[in-house]
Design a protein around this ligand. Structure first.
Ligand code: SME
Length: 138
């Protein structure tokens, strides 16, 4: 069995764990930069399937984080003009870049049906999760 598949299975387990254990994490996914193409590709998720499995750099919250390399916390998705809606129920979103050897290779993306649920604690926690996940790619 090839190594990439094993990583995607592990990532799916991480998504399922987070979505099950944190009440306001309604959709959890990992997007990664797609080879040499200027786009992100969804590699693992938990929650409702999304049509947005490919996101061009710069588009939506995810695409913006691909170029900014910075956390993006959105308390109210309706207040964003560069936003890609995946579900009518989503009220808030958090995207945290995933660095391996200092390089932004992807991100964790979480949608919430609760308005303004994300705090600094979520940012620190998800940075820790990404740091652990990043070890799979070293
Ligand atoms: N809302 C994201 C798109 C991905 S879905 O949330 C799964 C965005 O604006 O980039």
């Amino acid at each position: 069995k090839n190594k990439l598949l094993e990583i995607e299975e592990r990532l799916t387990m991480v998504c399922e764990l987070l979505q099950n254990e944190v009440t306001y994490y309604d959709w959890v996914g990992f997007y990664f930069k797609n080879g040499d193409k200027p786009e992100l590709k969804l590699k693992a998720f938990a929650g409702e399937p999304t049509d947005h499995t490919i996101i061009p750099f710069g588009k939506g919250i995810c695409g913006q984080v691909a170029v900014s390399n910075a956390n993006f916390v959105v308390p109210d998705v309706k207040a964003q003009n560069n936003y890609i809606a995946c579900s009518i129920y989503v009220k808030a979103e958090i995207v945290i870049p995933l660095f391996v050897n200092g390089e932004n290779i992807g991100q964790i993306d979480i949608d919430s049906h609760t308005p303004n649920p994300f705090t600094k604690e979520d940012e620190r926690f998800l940075e820790f999760v990404n740091n652990e996940v990043g070890k799979l790619f070293e």
